[in-house]
Design a protein around this ligand. Structure first.
Ligand code: AMP
Ligand code: ZN
Length: 431
């Protein structure tokens, strides 16, 4: 039933004591880092004044901006020689969010993922095909190490190459997959096109994560594939996947509370909200030597489910992520801020002031299409020059947002002029 019964079912009191103890250690470690040392002293924070878990609300938030300012290693709390791995958040030039791990951090991370996978019924007899991106992105290696820890047979198939994925599913009798919901929608169609009934595969379950999706999508995927679907939430700043995962009951994701302190805040005022109310998830990592992060604003909207779960685990659950409190969009698993696109476009003199970003999903793959108005004089320009300009803009965008958008030039004044707040992003994906 449990992989680590003592930790997974400890009383709230014991859990609070453990959390407070680890919080103190994390605060002390953070204070030793270049970034937090200055950050706390600028904000006149004395971490020794934190005497109970509730005092956490007196500490300042850490944002993605802070992580960028601390680049490359301002938040590292151990000697460089103790670092065994780094990862980086997707969707950036690599210059924003770098995460560091010691060997112990990697072990903790693998353990907590092994625990979460076990809680969904995965065992050492299972064959686990990991269809998430390997590399700087945390999705691949994160679950990979957890599944190995559990003793599963791991197939690190990574994303894409659908025909090979299908062959691996068949030849090795894969029982568990880890995949983005959008790729799963596509892959199941390719399976059917190849004359295979997905229900005939050995597959029993899937972990879906890395991007927002709805309950309706979950059910659709369960039916199409003939499997049980488990929601898996995480973010690179907090290691990657494995922050919170569904248990066998699929009624909310248990947070690994021995590693993370979660709070829900009002995104506008920063005020802490009581359990059960919806708001922005704030997480403190209390179980990472290399890089403690205090009160990180995830921008993800959810609520804490205070009621105990049928499975007996005492760690509280969060509900499916409802959306984000900022304008970050996730395109093909890559995080993109419209402001990144705007800063590129607005530095190109030939481009006018109006533009629209359109996101569509074709065959399970996300596509970005950007319509930009040209300055009137240029619209008369010769086709060759316009083609060159288009190519140049695409390259500049790709250097910043990593993905390859399609850029379409529009006649000046043809895009809807905004009244009040401009609607720059049209997201046509049905999630
Ligand atoms: P990254 O920093 O690339 O790991 O991306 C992390 C972000 O992906 C999170 O902050 C969420 O916005 C999103 N995400 C990850 N897992 C899920 C999930 N299961 N449901 C909804 N959004 C998710
Ligand atoms: Zn449970």
């Amino acid at each position: 039933m449990y992989l680590d019964e003592k930790i997974e079912t400890m009383s709230r009191n014991e859990l609070n004591t453990l959390q407070f103890d680890r919080l103190k250690k994390a605060l002390n470690a953070a204070s030793q880092t270049r970034y937090y040392n200055k950050f706390f002293s600028d904000k006149k924070i004395d971490v020794s004044k934190i005497k109970t878990l509730e005092h956490i609300k007196d500490l300042p938030f850490t944002t993605k901006h802070d992580l960028r300012l601390s680049y490359p290693d301002g938040m590292v709390a151990v000697p460089a020689s103790d670092i065994v791995r780094i990862h980086a958040s997707s969707g950036t030039t690599g210059k924003s969010t770098v995460i560091y791990y010691t060997q112990k951090d990697i072990d903790h991370w693998a353990n907590q993922i092994a625990r979460a996978m076990y809680a969904t019924g995965t065992r050492k007899e299972d064959v686990f095909q990991n269809m998430m991106g390997y590399g700087l992105f945390t999705g691949g290696l994160g679950l990979h190490y957890g599944a190995e820890k559990l003793g599963c047979t791991v197939i690190p198939s990574a994303t894409g190459n659908s025909l090979r994925q299908i062959q691996l599913l068949q030849d090795f009798n894969t029982t568990v997959i880890h995949i983005t919901p959008s790729y799963a929608l596509h892959l199941v169609e390719v399976i059917k096109e190849n004359g295979i009934n997905p229900h005939d595969l050995s597959l029993k379950k899937a972990y879906f994560g890395a991007e927002p999706y709805s309950q309706a999508t979950t059910e659709k995927l369960e039916n199409l594939w003939g499997i049980d679907a488990y929601n898996s939430y995480g973010l690179s700043e907090m290691n990657g996947p494995g922050v919170a995962m569904d248990c066998i009951h699929k009624k909310g994701m248990h947070v690994v509370e021995d590693s993370y302190i979660v709070e829900i805040i009002n995104p506008n005022t920063g005020e802490q909200l009581p359990d059960g109310e919806e708001g922005e998830l704030v997480i403190t990592h209390i179980n990472r030597e290399a890089m403690p992060i205090i009160r990180y604003r995830t921008r993800d909207l959810t609520r804490i489910i205070p009621e105990p779960c049928e499975c007996g685990r005492t760690h509280r659950r969060i509900e499916r992520i409802k959306g984000r409190s900022d304008d970050m969009i996730i395109v093909g698993g890559v995080n993109v801020f419209p402001s990144q696109i705007e800063s590129v476009l607005m530095n190109i003199p030939e481009i006018g002031n109006n533009y629209v970003i359109i996101i569509d999903r074709e065959n399970g793959l996300d596509r970005m299409h950007i319509q930009v108005e040209l300055y009137s004089k240029l619209f008369q320009g010769d086709i060759k020059a316009l083609k060159r300009l288009n190519k140049d803009i695409v390259e500049k965008l790709r250097a910043i947002i990593v993905i390859n958008p399609r850029v379409e030039f529009m006649e000046p004044g043809s895009l809807p002029a905004s009244e009040g707040k401009a609607k720059r992003v049209i997201d046509n994906r049905i999630i």
